[in-house]
Ligand binder design. Structure first.
Ligand code: 4AD
Length: 470
């Protein structure tokens, strides 16, 4: 009996605020919001007539605005597009399909005015992404970027849910680190601004420290005691690239799987993760996704759903090079064994394979970091995998890890890193296990999901070479 009562309690009444959010009104209807007759938000639209004025108010919780109806003589003159308001009134149901609710205002208070003559965002104007990119501090007020922020949240929840349900433990890996996981040399070095804090010549930490490029090595430590683990952290890369898919700071979802000997254990996990999270986000964030589908990349949702519901293909790096060399394309970078797959190559391979996700496996050792497991072949390949997807190219990178002490020792010695990575060798000396993992670029996944062209438009505060605004 008590349980039923608690369930029936107005959801908002259990909250710390008596104001109602538009999301709650849309989701639960007005009966559940009774007693909550105040709304805070920003004016998104005004239609003023002689006796009555209609205000569209948005509070960021939903792509939908709440229509407020007020007697024109009660609307303060400083209610303008963009101003922030608190409105008291009564919620009413409407017959309209699009807008099921409205508020009859009894009192309108302007909290913050907004001078439309200088405000960079204009009433009734659909600004381009290039335009709003100039105003990083204001663009979250646009419909498109507001939707994007809610989708980012839903995607984050989607990944956490997937890994939690699959029995992975979330591990917080450090942002400051003394290792170069990828060995690619694109590190940001960290030193105190105040040089006097670095008392010794070795610096503040008594050794060089960097912003992490990947949480993988720390994740491997915990994998070797707790099994399935994952992390969701920022990663930093000092790549001198201003391409549409590179950032200096991005988020990475990384997972590590224990007792794993076969690369298909990794590919199966990635495939399941992508299908589950994509399904979840398209369902949970339907209205927000629809905005991108209608305005930014028409029909993209169908394309993604078709693409992701086909079985993903697996080809070897050698096959990929063969496909590229046998094509009639004229390349900027000639494809050859031992060379990295360039963006033009990735695009061609995905197209050649029927515009579906393609795993490329078994790369030459020279292209991958020291930790990748050596295949027992004469080509000196490693059990590494990249997932290529339409429109984006590389979305995920991963590998089985070299767990055999003598082989890892040999590799590290050849790189002069044996002493530095003694702790890593310890993991192989004491209860070593075959394991493997992967990392997915969060912003690249958003490009894939929404069909956005430029990675700078799917992150609130993009950082790239020559740009660190705010
Ligand atoms: O392929 P990467 O370099 O793999 C690793 O860092 C592994 N240590 C991960 C692991 O096995 N735990 O990077 C993983 C993914 C790439 O596939 C790409 O999607 C993304 O991270 N990525 C970037 N995204 C945006 N901007 C950049 N500069 C990126 N560099 C990599």
């Amino acid at each position: 009996m008590i349980g039923v009562k608690v369930q029936n309690l107005c959801r908002a009444a259990r909250r710390f605020s008596s104001n109602v959010s538009i999301k709650d009104i849309v989701r639960y209807g007005i009966r559940k919001c009774e007693g909550n007759q105040g709304i805070n938000g920003w004016i998104r639209g005004i239609r003023k007539y002689k006796d009555v004025t209609f205000l569209d108010v948005n509070d960021g919780s939903s792509i939908k605005n709440l229509q407020v109806v007020a007697a024109t003589n009660t609307v303060p003159t400083d209610v303008t597009f963009g101003s922030s308001v608190h409105i008291q009134g009564k919620l009413k149901e409407r017959d309209a399909v699009q807008q099921k609710f409205e508020m009859q205002a009894t009192a309108i208070e302007v909290i913050g005015t907004c001078d439309n003559s200088t405000y960079p965002l204009k009433h009734k104007t659909r600004h381009t992404m290039e335009y709003t990119r100039q105003y990083l501090h204001l663009r979250s007020r646009t419909n498109a970027f507001g939707a994007l922020l809610r989708i980012r949240h839903a995607v984050t929840v989607g990944f956490h849910k997937f890994f939690t349900e699959e029995g992975f433990l979330n591990v917080q890996t450090p942002v400051l680190t003394s290792n170069d996981c990828e060995g690619a040399g694109d590190l940001f070095k960290v030193t105190p601004d105040d040089e006097s804090l670095s008392e010794t010549t070795e610096g503040f930490f008594d050794k060089d420290a960097y912003l992490t490029v990947s949480g993988q090595l720390h994740l491997e430590i915990v994998c070797c005691s707790h099994g399935r683990v994952y992390t969701f952290n920022p990663a930093f890369r000092a790549e001198n690239s201003r391409s549409r898919r590179h950032l200096a700071e991005f988020s990475m979802v990384e997972a590590e799987l224990p007792f794993t000997r076969d690369i298909t254990d990794l590919t199966k996990c990635m495939e399941s993760m992508l299908r589950t999270v994509t399904d979840e986000v398209y369902t949970q964030s339907n209205d927000d996704v629809q905005l991108f589908n209608d305005r930014i990349a028409k029909g993209h949702r169908d394309t993604v759903e078709n693409c992701i519901n086909q079985p993903f293909l697996i080809i070897s790096y050698a096959e990929a090079i063969n496909i590229l060399q046998n094509s009639k394309e004229s390349w900027e970078f000639e494809p050859k064994w031992g060379a990295d797959l360039q963006s033009e190559h990735e695009k061609y391979i995905v197209m050649h394979c029927g515009n579906r996700p393609v795993f490329v496996i078994d790369y030459p050792q020279s292209l991958k970091a020291f930790y990748a497991l050596s295949n027992d072949d004469k080509n000196e390949t490693v059990a590494a995998v990249d997932l290529l997807v339409p429109g984006v190219g590389e979305l995920i990178g991963g590998s089985l890890r070299e767990h055999r002490l003598h082989l890892l020792k040999h590799k590290l010695a050849s790189l002069g890193l044996e002493k530095e990575y003694q702790w890593y060798l310890d993991l192989r000396s004491f209860g070593s296990i075959p394991h493997g993992g992967f990392g997915l670029g969060f912003e690249r996944y958003l490009l894939f999901l929404l069909g956005v062209d430029n990675i700078r438009d799917v992150i609130p505060f993009p950082r790239f070479s020559h740009s660190c605004v705010l």
